[in-house]
Design a binder for this molecule. Structure first.
Ligand code: RI2
Length: 305
């Protein structure tokens, strides 16, 4: 939790593999491949929900598997270069989402956002920089209160911001013109996994006929879901929920960190390549992750190419 935000987590993982490759001191290519795969597995195990994390890993490992060289220095270079490429792409994608998404924001809009998403903030801040007079309502986002980070960033950008409790969302819905949230994972059917509470906001938005947008880079789309894999929702410590409150010792506390918003509740997904209806997620996956879907399939069926 020291590194928050699905995009930032993915870049941190790419950086981790880059450091690992740089620090490798052996001269055996097979040993190097095993060492990188081991570190990739360890990094993969750190957080279960955001697909940006395994997507950063498979991007780099795929390049490594395509490199036929037996020279360790050359293989190290492949890992370092592809990690750099991923990090650069990721930063640019967040910016591009801002440029594209800002077109959907109108002068005078009241926007609601939840948690702390760089992609969603990119849209809001771009629209504001274009001169659109917007106001933002943002949720506290229990239990980790990432909404305070969002409020600070919005205020720093000069945007008028009102912080509300998560449970106040429906009470404020009449004031809201648009909702923009980020994503940790987008499934093949267009369902979006994001910080807990997102699906309730989407439900309230649907009822009030308020547009609900998701800002997500294409590496937040999950190739494994094409093959029927479920997305694991991270369940975190009850201590995050109770903090300093006295509770009975036999109380049961649940603390899922994310929830699933079905595609019917989402008006559009803003990606760095354009705005798509959630139902078109499968096309993004087939076009940009065809190779990954194939790799997963070959591994699952234990087929040698
Ligand atoms: P960006 C965050 O989860 C939030 O759920 C946020 O909406 C999502 O990642 C996307 O954030 P966490 O990783 O990549 O903080 O848009 O648990 O910054």
């Amino acid at each position: 939790m020291k590194i928050r935000g699905a995009g930032r987590i993915a870049r941190a993982v790419a950086q981790g593999l880059r450091i690992a490759a740089y620090n490798y001191r052996g001269d055996n290519a097979e040993d190097f491949r095993q060492y990188i795969n081991g570190i990739a597995e360890y990094l993969r195990s750190t957080r279960p929900t955001a697909v940006s994390l395994p997507n950063a890993i498979i991007f780099i490992l795929h390049r490594l598997s395509m490199a036929l060289s037996d020279n360790v220095d050359e293989l190290k270079e492949v890992v370092i270069k592809s990690a750099n490429e991923f990090i650069e792409y990721s930063k640019k994608a967040t910016d591009n989402i801002g440029v594209i998404g800002a077109k959907r924001i109108e002068d005078g809009d009241n926007i609601l956002t939840h948690c702390n998403s760089s992609a969603a903030l990119s849209v809001i801040i771009h629209a504001f920089k274009e001169g659109k007079k917007i106001k933002v309502y943002n949720t506290e986002t229990r239990p980790k209160f990432q909404g305070y980070i969002t409020a600070r960033k919005l205020l720093k950008a000069g945007i008028k911001t009102t912080l509300i409790t998560d449970s106040a969302v429906r009470a404020f819905m009449k004031k809201i013109d648009k909702i923009i949230v980020g994503a940790d994972t987008v499934a093949a059917n267009g369902a979006v996994v994001n910080k807990i509470g997102t699906s309730q906001i989407a439900l309230a938005a649907k009822e009030a006929n308020v547009d609900f947008y998701v800002a997500a880079e294409t590496y937040k789309f999950s190739p494994a879901t094409v093959l029927g894999e479920y997305i694991t929702i991270e369940e975190r410590s009850p201590k995050e929920v109770i903090r300093n409150i006295e509770v009975p010792s036999n109380i049961i506390i649940r603390n899922p960190a994310f929830d699933v918003t079905p595609p019917e509740y989402i008006d559009a997904i803003i990606t760095e390549l354009g705005i798509i209806p959630p139902q078109a997620s499968i096309l993004v996956l087939k076009e940009h992750y065809g190779w990954a879907i194939r790799d997963y399939l070959l591994k699952e069926l234990s087929i040698d190419e």
